[in-house]
Design a protein around this ligand. Sequence first.
Ligand code: NAD
Length: 458
Amino acid sequence: MTFDEVSAEPVDTTESGVPHTEGDGHGPPDKSARKTEERRGGPQRAEVSNYEIVSHWFGQAAERLELRDDIAAVLRSSYREVQVQVPVKLQDDRIHVFSGYRVQHNGARGPYKGGIRFHPEVDLDEVRALAELMTWKTAIVGIPYGGAKGGVNVEPSKLNEDELQAVSRSFMNKIEKVLGPTRDIPAPDVGTNAQVMAWLMDEYGKLHGHSPACVTGKPIALEGSYGREAATGRGVVYMFCEVARERDISPSDTTFVVQGYGNVGSWAARLMQELGSRMVGASDGSGAIRNDHGIDADALAEHSRNGGALREFDSAEEIDPDELLETDCDVFIPAALGGMIHKQNADRLRCRMIVEGANSPTTPAADEILQEKDILVVPDVMANAGGVIVSYFEWVQNLQHFRWDEREVNDRLGNIMRRAFREVWSRADEGDVSLRTAAYELGIERVVDAAQTRGYIS
Ligand code: NAD
């Protein structure tokens, strides 16, 4: 018996078609384009891959849980990995072939759920890691989903709107067989937004009929949910508030730095500012800025929305992105890409806590350094779950063709985030382990319980 109910033609998941349950459990070798090209990784990113990071945390928690080796092997590998070609004719009148991926890691607790990333560095390894992270994340916060992720190795800022639409539609066209409101529901991630979700929904609808619940993070005009756009940043701030309560920190006396001023980072910043906290540094792909007297988060968001590079913002001093880490602050919020806090730079951080808005921003070696420096880390698997929680609300509303107002969405989000925080915090306390270890243990236990109860593993 299988817990995946896809009845469509099975899509080949590997070069060989062999299931990924053998060998070291790391799945088939990555044959995507990036592996044969020089890695473009920004100057600040670690050489350790997102997959190695997630595998490390999983391995550590599995060992503490004394998980059987054969069960761990099932959980280390993906249920299905789809790689497709996305051929699109661009302005130069030539067909460009991008690689698209959808990885479904584990569906024991419900339909697969996870974002779609458009970024030139997307490859199978990264998507696989992010899919696994979603499995633990949805389990930790207790929403009824499995974990998935998707992506296309395209640079969206180099495409005009028609080209971006063509890439989105072509990708959906190739992967629609494994998607659907009860199978796998994509959402936005780096390089995609509500508009991309609208195109994906429309393309899916051409084949299956109008199905708003097939993707989340849609525009309000297309049955999107109020509060979805800000949800991940809001969740990050809820997590900060919980730590502040535990540690007797006053938000109005708090300074913070945001690395990656995109959707997650800019919303976290604006909401922190609403609490009275002061932003003293920020960065995006173009560079970094600092002002110890404070940077107006709303004005900076407006500047970015209008297409301005962050380093051109006038009321702050431009600094080297590496210097951002050395900015004195209470809270550091990584909200860019994976692996940005690593062995070579973790020692430079001068904050009291890190709330991980990005996925896998901290490598295991960096995590050890942070523990030695007594910097509290609220891990990605709980800290940035706000987005998938409100995606869950959007899906629930879509299935009922009903809509909640923003206050109701935010209140419900707060309840789920606080419950997850309390569960992870007390487990960490009882076991004298980090929040990350406690969170992974909780997530893994719940997934194993569901998979065993279904009879998928025994
Ligand atoms: P986004 O594309 O809106 O923003 C990413 C930002 O990072 C951009 O401002 C970009 O310029 C910046 N950036 C890129 N390279 C950088 C570098 N080297 N240094 C500094 N900044 C850099 O993406 P997003 O949706 O805000 O996602 C950000 C992170 O949060 C990702 O890791 C994503 O997986 C994670 N996340 C997002 C959501 C969501 O709902 N959007 C949910 C959970 C987790």
